[in-house]
Structure formats: structure tokens, C-alpha cells
Design a binder for this molecule. Structure first.
Ligand code: ADP
Ligand code: ZN
Ligand code: ZN
Length: 746
């Protein structure tokens, strides 16, 4: 009888994942008038859902008879329209999405929509749009680039690139030109000489038919490449653990090359946009082109074009940040996760996945190898490798002629500081600059000063929305909260006692830059942090003197610590190493050691020997001693991992956080308390506790830490909890979520 009611004679229903916080799928009838329609899993449809029309993804089609028990036929609606005639998500990616939804306990509809680029989420057709490309004109093809070499060497170089085999016919996208380090003025100059012209065309990449050769591998690199070579045909996870400067990238490049020779695609995940141009250039230099780069600076259109190029197999190499782990690949052959320990691979809100872990899962689903590379692998990964679950490739020596730098610990107690730099360090900086070398100073606080304080009454610039101080910025001048983005003008007098004596307290990168410039007026001081690199390409532009081997001082936050290759830096110094040492997070020592090792790793990477200076108030802390004597690999294995085991912490237990944010503290507390009875049994719980940043953007933040020896139990119980919350609706008016394998304890 139901069928008659439905004006629809289909005997098939579609199981559809709709982006909603509800943790289930929904059934729909085929669109009215198209009962015979075959709709593949992974296709997008538009469906009516609580009064709106939303873009959703088909998961499967089900015979009506099978779905009977799960469906309320009176409420059953039809699909409004079909967006994709061919599935947009491959069976493999669908499988990955389903797995991620179960593992991270995140609603399937939100997971699948998250996997798509923005335009596809909005229901746009999966078609590449036209892009403007710079192409050589006839004149440009014939011209000899050498004739420009004297007067405008950069232009000559750009013509040479355009004329190279790879770009002769396919041209270069404007973003490619800037990624290669050329300015728009340089392209304009070539255009004005009628050497290149802008042509609208469908972006088309082709596969490199050959690649440029790299250096001769050293023995360790060769051993790693050999070991990979025999395992390239099926799933396997490899840890490439190589000290900084050991030539890990060269090993990736060889593995990529093998993959391309087999006509397969490679996906490379990198931590942050700041890293992308440099890595990209190394890949481009080796493989000419056909590289898709996915990063947050792309427009929605560009992103979709790149995504489709990867999906259609038109691009051989995809390089991108966290969310690129979901990039479709027609012929996947290899995944590389560079700097696998990096925090940015974990999404910190909403769908809280870890891109490294999903990369491993994806590789196993696609039956291809995955390489995790780092000088300072996470303890999770080290533990997996040492237990034999991963292949282990080791590079213990720096590549080429570079030697590991000497580490010196500098006690701040009796040091005379200016610009946060001790006298001894100042002298060392002077020496290095005088010898024509470059210096890198690391300080993990952006802005001018961490706080503004009243000398008279002790008032400090607290954020009224957070349990935190507002940072003083000078250019543009403002007080800004780094937690919620709250901004205020700098007061001229104390808001509390009206005294005009307000003082900037402590050092941020901007203040250090200012003072260093006064101390070293003859050398450029270059600041690298989130503020100075906001504009696209700003990073590469700032780094130009660095690349040109001019003596200079680099001051920056952890953006500077990540994977960069600065061959002329001979001194790296950490101005304040203590911030992370005594944090409440159980990973703080691991993180601190990684950071120190990475910063140290920027020094002495080429012919000139390097030096590292660490300024600290706690020179006897075991971390420093260990770094000097044994290095990260040994320290983590001999001390950090056993400590975790003793303390029953990850990777020896599975951990999750149940988070709740609420306007009223008691609401968060009582919500979490209601969950406690559901968490008994095999689980160990701690809390509800206030998060260390107990209030952010006006919301009180609380959590329960949940742990278990058995991941299965943890997931099953939390799944049950999520369902209970959904049914009882006790989360009304609250923001809550489950964070599996949490990384952020702030
Ligand atoms: P990592 O990624 O391990 O920190 P890189 O791959 O950046 O190290 O290599 C550091 C430097 O050593 C780079 O300039 C690279 O070109 C160079 N290099 C790598 N392998 C070799 C080799 N086999 N011979 C000479 N130089 C090499
Ligand atoms: Zn005051
Ligand atoms: Zn704030």
C-alpha cells in the first residue's frame, strides 16, 4: 500500500549521507519521474531536508524490501535532483570516509561533504573552468633567452623556464609563475616585449616524460630507496627517520620518480603553506610540471580545477596540506607525509581527524605504500616502527658535506639581555654576520609584546572574552587576543587608575626585530611569523635576501623551524626555550624537544659548519642535556617512551576528550557529569575538568579525559555516548564534541 501513496513506482531507495550533526544516514526515493535511475554510490544529489534543499552524497542503493524495517514510509521523500551522473567520490574514498566517520565518531554526512572542495559542497557541477595561462608567443618561442641575461637576468631565467620542454606547450599559470619566485612585474615585462601572452584555456597538465637527475645518493639514502623499491606495489607503511639535513626529500623524490615511471600518481602531504613553495620548487625542478598544489591561498575555482585534474589523472603529483589527504587520485601509487610529527595534520575543530593517520588508512585501502618522514617523529610513530609495524628507514648522517651542528646551552640567570639576546649570543651573532653568514633567531611569540601593563596599579591587558592576555601589536597598533581574535585600540592611560604609565611587557617577534635592527643597523633583520606572511607569496619575498646568501638576521616563530633549507645559516638560537618545558600537556616535553631539534636543524646545513645556542633559565633540565649528548631519536626512545608507558599514556593507551563549551560554566559541568555514568566499565575517566584555557571567546571550556587499553572499548562506549546525547538532546544550547587521539590540550 505504501507504494501507491508515493506516486513513485520504484522498488529502490537511496541511502544518503546528509550533512547534519545527526549520526545516521537517510533514505530517499529516486527523483520523481525517473524510477529507473541508476545512481552510483559517491554521487551527489540534492535532497529535501528539514525544510531546506541540501547537497548530499549517495552511499548505496537498497531494495525497498530490505529497507522496510528502517524506513517510515509516510515520511519518505524523493531526491530533488541528481547533481553527478558519475560518482564524484570513488569507492575507495567512500570507504575512507565511512571509516573516518566511525573512528572519529563524526557524522557521516559531515565527513563526506568535508572531503569535497567548497564549490562541490555547494552543488556546482564537477567541471573544470577556464583558466588564464601565460603562453609563449611565436616571437617568444624563437627568442634567445641569453640576450636578456645581462640587463634583466630574472627575465632571462623566466624565458628559459617558459622555453623548457615542459612549459613550451602547456604554458604556466600565473600562480605557477609566482610559486617559482617570479613577480608579476617580471611577467608583465615579458608581455610588453610580446614574448608571452595570456590565453584562456582548460587547465591541462601532462605527465613528465623524463625527470632531471638529482645528486648521487649516499649509502644511507641508497639503502632507503632500495628498501622502498621492492615494496612499491602494495600497502606498507614506512618511517623515514632522518636527522635534519639528511636528505629525506631526496629519498621522496626517488620514490616519486619510480612511481611516475609506473604511470602512477603521488600524493604528498606537507604541514603548512609556508613550507609549500620551497618543497614545490624542489619537485618542480626535478619533474618540470604536472604538479597540483592544494593550499589555503587558492580560490575556490582554482582548488576545484586542481582537484579535478588529480581525479582525472591529469596531474602526476599532488602536494597539499592536511585536507589534501582526501584528494581523489585516478591511479594512486604512493603517499608521502612530510614532517609527520607536525601538529597541523590534526584538525582542531569540527571533524577532528589526523591527516597522517588517515593517510595510512587510505594507503591500506588503496593498497599502496605510504612514507612518513621526519627528523623528530611522534612517539606514536616511533613506537609503531620499533614494534615492527612499519618499515624503518634511517638516515643518521647529514647529506653532502654538512655536519651536525654543535649545541650550546646558555644560562639566562646572569646574562645581560638586550632584545632578549644575551651578551654572549650578541657577540656570536656579530661574529657570524661579520663572516658573511646568516643567523636565525627563534621566538615563539608573535606580536610586539605579550602584554601591556600599568606600572602604577598592575593592571594587565586581559581579554574580556578569554582567560588570557591580549597581545600588544604595533603595526597596525592594537591589542589583540590570539585566542579569539578580539581587537581593541591601545589605551593611552590605564583603564583602572588612569595612570599614563603603561608598559609593554616581554618580547614578541616584532619587538625583537625592532631592537635587533637598532643593534645591527648594517644588516637586514627579517621577521617571519603569521603577521608578516599573511599576504600570498610574502614568505618567499621576505626570504629573498636569505636565498641570495646575504648576511642577515632571521627572527621568527615556529614557521621558521619547519623543514626549510637555509644553506647559509650558521647560527640558530632559541631565545626563550622555557615556554614549553613546564606546560600541563603530557606531550609538552616531546613537542619542546622536537621544536629545539628542528630549530637546531636549520643551522649548518651546507658546507659551513653550524652552531646552535639555546637560552634558558633552566640549563640543567634533562631535555637540554639529552639534546646535546644523544639527540632526539635516542632521547625519545630511552626516556620519553618509557615514561609514557609507565604513566599509561598514549601510545600505550587510547585516549579521547569529550569537550563541552558553554556560556555558563555550570551548564558545561552538568552536561559532562550526565555522561560520566555512561563511561564506566573498561574506561578510565578524568574530569570534568576545566581546559587550561578555561574560557575562550566568551565560552567556558570543560572536558573529560577518557582512556582505555582497548581502542575497541573506547570507540564503542563513546559511540554509545554520542547516540545517547543525540536521543536525549541534553546537549541543547551547548557546543560539545568528541576528540579521538587528542593533540591539543590548551
Ligand atoms: P631533510 O629533508 O632531511 O632535512 P634535505 O632533503 O633538505 O634534508 O637535504 C638537505 C640538503 O642536502 C639539500 O640541499 C639537498 O639538496 C642536499 N642533498 C641531499 N641528498 C644529497 C646527496 N646525496 N648528495 C649531496 N647533497 C645532497
Ligand atoms: Zn593602573
Ligand atoms: Zn580572547
Amino acid at each position: 500500500m505504501t507504494l501507491n501513496l508515493l506516486h513513485n513506482s520504484s522498488d529502490t531507495l537511496f541511502e544518503v549521507a546528509v550533512p547534519t550533526p545527526l549520526r545516521k544516514t537517510f533514505y530517499y526515493l529516486p527523483p520523481v519521474g525517473s524510477s529507473e535511475l541508476e545512481l552510483g554510490a559517491g554521487s551527489r544529489v540534492l535532497v529535501p531536508f528539514s525544510g531546506r534543499k541540501v547537497v548530499a552524497v549517495v552511499i548505496s542503493s537498497v531494495a525497498l524490501s530490505e529497507a522496510e524495517s528502517q524506513v517510515d514510509f509516510n515520511k519518505l521523500k524523493a531526491v530533488e535532483s541528481v547533481i553527478d551522473t558519475h560518482p564524484i567520490l570513488s569507492p575507495m574514498l567512500l570507504k575512507l570516509g565511512l571509516w573516518a566517520s566511525q573512528y572519529y565518531l563524526h557524522p557521516i554526512g559531515e565527513v563526506l561533504i568535508h572531503m569535497l572542495p567548497a564549490l562541490l559542497r555547494k552543488g556546482e557541477a564537477a567541471k573544470a573552468s577556464l583558466e588564464a595561462v601565460w603562453m609563449l608567443t611565436d616571437k617568444g618561442r624563437k627568442v634567445a633567452w641569453q640576450q636578456f641575461e645581462k640587463k634583466s637576468p630574472r627575465q632571462a631565467e623566466l624565458i628559459k623556464i617558459f622555453q623548457s620542454h615542459g612549459h613550451q606547450h602547456s604554458g604556466l599559470l600565473p600562480r605557477d609563475v609566482s610559486a617559482l619566485g617570479f613577480s608579476s612585474a617580471q611577467t608583465k615585462a615579458l608581455k610588453d616585449k610580446s614574448l608571452i601572452e595570456k590565453v584562456d584555456r582548460r587547465a591541462k597538465a601532462s605527465w613528465p616524460d623524463s625527470c632531471h637527475s638529482g645528486p648521487i645518493l649516499n649509502n644511507e639514502q641508497q639503502a632507503a630507496v632500495d628498501q622502498l623499491q621492492i615494496k612499491m606495489k602494495s600497502f606498507g607503511c614506512f618511517l623515514l627517520e632522518g636527522v635534519t639535513g639528511s636528505g629525506k626529500t631526496e629519498v621522496y623524490l626517488r620514490a616519486v620518480q619510480q612511481c611516475l615511471e609506473a604511470k602512477k600518481q603521488v600524493l604528498i602531504l606537507v604541514p603548512e603553506i609556508g613550507l609549500t613553495p620551497q618543497t614545490l620548487n624542489r619537485f618542480r625542478k626535478r619533474f618540470d610540471h604536472s604538479i597540483a598544489v592544494l593550499h589555503s591561498g587558492l580560490s575556490d575555482k582554482e582548488r576545484l580545477n586542481q582537484w579535478l585534474a588529480a581525479k582525472n589523472g591529469d596531474t602526476a603529483i599532488v602536494i597539499g596540506t592536511r585536507s589534501s589527504v582526501f584528494t581523489p587520485l585516478k591511479k594512486p601509487g604512493l603517499i608521502v607525509v612530510d614532517e609527520e610529527h607536525d601538529l597541523s595534520f590534526k584538525q582542531q575543530d569540527g571533524f577532528r581527524y589526523h591527516a597522517r593517520d588517515l593517510a595510512i588508512k587510505r594507503a591500506s585501502i588503496e593498497n599502496i605504500p605510504v612514507i612518513l618522514g621526519s627528523a623528530t617523529p611522534s612517539l606514536e610513530t616511533i613506537n609503531n616502527a620499533d614494534a615492527g609495524r612499519y618499515g624503518h628507514l634511517l638516515l643518521k648522517e647529514r647529506a653532502g658535506n654538512a655536519k651536525a651542528p654543535k649545541i650550546e646551552i646558555l644560562d639566562l640567570k646572569d646574562a645581560n639581555l638586550s632584545a632578549g639576546v644575551s651578551e654572549a649570543l650578541t657577540a656570536e651573532i656579530k661574529t657570524q654576520l661579520g663572516q658573511g653568514n646568516q643567523v636565525l633567531l627563534f621566538l615563539n611569540r608573535r606580536g610586539y609584546a605579550p602584554t601591556l601593563m600599568c606600572e602604577h596599579c598592575g593592571w594587565v591587558s586581559d581579554c574580556d572574552q578569554c582567560d588570557a592576555r591580549m597581545t600588544l601589536h604595533k603595526n597596525p597598533a592594537k591589542l589583540m587576543c590570539h585566542h579569539c581574535g578580539n581587537q581593541q585600540p591601545i589605551p593611552h592611560q590605564c583603564p583602572q587608575c588612569h595612570s599614563p604609565k603603561l608598559q609593554a611587557l616581554g618580547m614578541g617577534t616584532a619587538r625583537t626585530e625592532e631592537q635587533l635592527q637598532l643593534m645591527f643597523p648594517d644588516y637586514p633583520v627579517i621577521r617571519i611569523d603569521r603577521d608578516s606572511t599573511q599576504k600570498q607569496d610574502a614568505f618567499e619575498k621576505l626570504l629573498e635576501p636569505v636565498r641570495l646568501a646575504k648576511p642577515c638576521i632571521l627572527v621568527g616563530t615556529q614557521m621558521l623551524a619547519k623543514g626549510h633549507h637555509f644553506p647559509h645559516v650558521t647560527l640558530a638560537a632559541i631565545l626563550d626555550a622555557d615556554a614549553g618545558l613546564f606546560a600541563s600537556d603530557f606531550r609538552s616535553v616531546e613537542r619542546m624537544t622536537q621544536l629545539l631539534t628542528q630549530v637546531a636543524g636549520r643551522s649548518g646545513r651546507a658546507e659551513k659548519p653550524g652552531k646552535v645556542v639555546i637560552q634558558t633559565w633552566h640549563p640543567t633540565h634533562p631535555v637540554f642535556n639529552a639534546l646535546q649528548l644523544e639527540g632526539y631519536g635516542t632521547f625519545s626512545r630511552q626516556q620519553l617512551i618509557p615514561q609514557r608507558q609507565m604513566a599509561n599514556l598514549p601510545p600505550f593507551q587510547s585516549m579521547a576528550l569529550i569537550r563541552c563549551d558553554a556560556k555558563r560554566e555550570s551548564d558545561a559541568e552538568s552536561f559532562l557529569n550526565k555522561l560520566l555514568p555512561l563511561l564506566s566499565g573498561y574506561l578510565q575517566t578524568t574530569g570534568p575538568l576545566p581546559a587550561p584555557l578555561s574560557r575562550r571567546a566568551g565560552m567556558f571550556r570543560k572536558w573529560i579525559i577518557v582512556q582505555s587499553h582497548e581502542r575497541k572499548h573506547l570507540l564503542a562506549t563513546l559511540n554509545h555516548v554520542a547516540k545517547q546525547v543525540e536521543q536525549s538532546r541534553i546537549n541543547k544550547g551547548l557546543s560539545w564534541g568528541i576528540d579521538i587521539d587528542p593533540q591539543d590540550f590548551s
